[in-house]
Design a protein. Structure first.
Length: 408
């Protein structure tokens, strides 16, 4: 079942839930499928709270905006239970369809991945469990939790899974005025509403989003200047594959100091990098004179009669019609005031960086579990991506599964 935009959102349940998941993105949808399919939580005792018109709305919007064709992750990283589910869904065992997967690691096409997400939503009836609202308050009492909704009303639940990402706060540099119609962040609403006439565009950023957007704009006939503070960095994944197994995780989990864990995460992430095939495409565009890569820091911006002038350190100013920011997201802990209040009211443990200190099952409190960025001091640098969602699913299923009776 798919909930369309013109359908009313499901009403908050009248009874206490077994579990409420806050966040309907990659992590929230995967955890919901795992809890229904493996932990035995009845679907009518679970809800996914997210303000989007449909589940995974932000994922779909942002990947479409950047012009992504294939994922950076391998085909075993998806939202279903069985790691081979995506390949079976594609009919890969009986035929090979050009473009569905690309080397290395058989990375799926975005269209295939999204169709498989639809399949998972339908298989577990997740659209019917979607509450189109946001949490604005949360309180714990003797019998459970009460979550206050922005649209009014409350939801009572035995357990809460916080599956919120950092995507609500795109990073705007200080020099970029928000009110100028010629400047957009690629992850702010309105990017695709820009006029389609060909123009000169400065894309500010040097990572995978900047690369995707630059290549998309080139294909649409725009003149593109890519401005980055660093040279082109190339890595297949956003962190070393050793973080997916025991190679690095053993040392990470033996480290008792959470400030040091934070430093290990920061050091491990290939921030501002692009995968090899994108690196090749960008270099070809540069060599053919279709793309200019300017390795400079932006120091200011002003509007002129001709358009926008970007001031660069140690270089002449750059004049363009439009500026697109591909500068990522703010690093602040997700959840905003609601989580701030919950930390204070329940004395939830946090590291010096403000992020949760949780147990091996990702419990921040006997009734509160986390995934995504909130789980990274336990799961390491992969916590934010699809592999991290699957790893979190393992832990949360273990925490919320009914206890097994010993054999007599």
């Amino acid at each position: 079942m798919t909930l369309h935009r013109d359908q009313p959102a499901p009403e908050p349940p009248a009874t206490t839930l077994d579990c409420l998941i806050v966040g309907g993105g990659i992590h929230g949808v995967h955890v919901a499928a795992r809890l229904i399919g493996e932990a035995g939580i009845p679907a009518d005792r679970l809800r996914i709270l997210d303000p989007g018109a449909r589940l995974l709305e932000r994922w779909r919007s942002r990947t479409a905006t950047t012009g992504m064709s294939h994922l950076r992750s391998p085909s075993v990283h998806h939202l279903d239970l069985d790691p081979m589910s995506l390949q079976r869904f594609a009919g890969k065992r009986t035929r090979r369809t050009a473009g569905l997967f690309t080397p290395p690691f058989e990375r799926p096409a975005l269209e295939l991945f999204n169709a498989h997400c639809d399949h998972v939503e339908e298989a577990f009836g997740l659209a019917a469990l979607h509450l189109r609202d946001r949490a604005v308050g949360c309180a714990v009492d003797e019998t459970g939790m009460e979550v206050e909704l922005g649209g009014g009303g409350v939801v009572r639940t035995d357990h809460l899974v916080l599956a919120m990402g950092i995507g609500e706060r795109p990073r705007w540099p200080d020099w970029a005025p928000r009110e100028d119609p010629g400047i957009h962040h690629v992850f702010d609403p309105g990017f695709d509403d820009w006029p389609v006439d060909r123009s000169s565009v400065a894309v500010v950023g040097g990572g995978i989003s900047a690369g995707h957007v630059a290549l998309r704009l080139l294909s649409e006939g725009h003149r593109v200047e890519l401005v980055s503070r660093h040279p082109l960095r190339q890595h297949q994944f956003d962190s070393d594959p050793g973080w997916l197994g025991p190679k690095f995780n053993m040392k990470f989990h033996r480290e008792p100091d959470f400030d040091r864990r934070r430093a290990m995460i920061t050091e491990a992430r290939h921030v501002g990098s692009v995968p090899p095939e994108m690196g090749r495409a960008l270099r070809r565009a540069i060599a053919r004179g279709r793309l200019a890569w300017r390795e400079h820091r932006v120091t200011g911006l002003e509007r002129t009669t001709a358009g926008l002038r970007l001031s660069l350190d140690q270089a002449e100013a750059l004049e363009v019609d439009r500026v697109l920011l591909a500068t990522g997201f703010e690093s602040a802990r997700p959840g905003g005031p609601m989580i701030d209040h919950l930390v204070r009211s329940e004395s939830l443990p946090c590291a010096g960086c403000g992020y949760p200190i949780v147990d091996a099952c990702l419990r921040w409190h006997p009734r509160i579990l986390v995934t995504g960025p909130l789980a990274e001091l336990e799961l390491g640098p992969v916590s934010r991506n699809i592999a991290g969602a699957r790893r979190a699913g393992d832990r949360i299923v273990e925490a919320l599964s009914p206890p097994r009776r010993a054999a007599v």
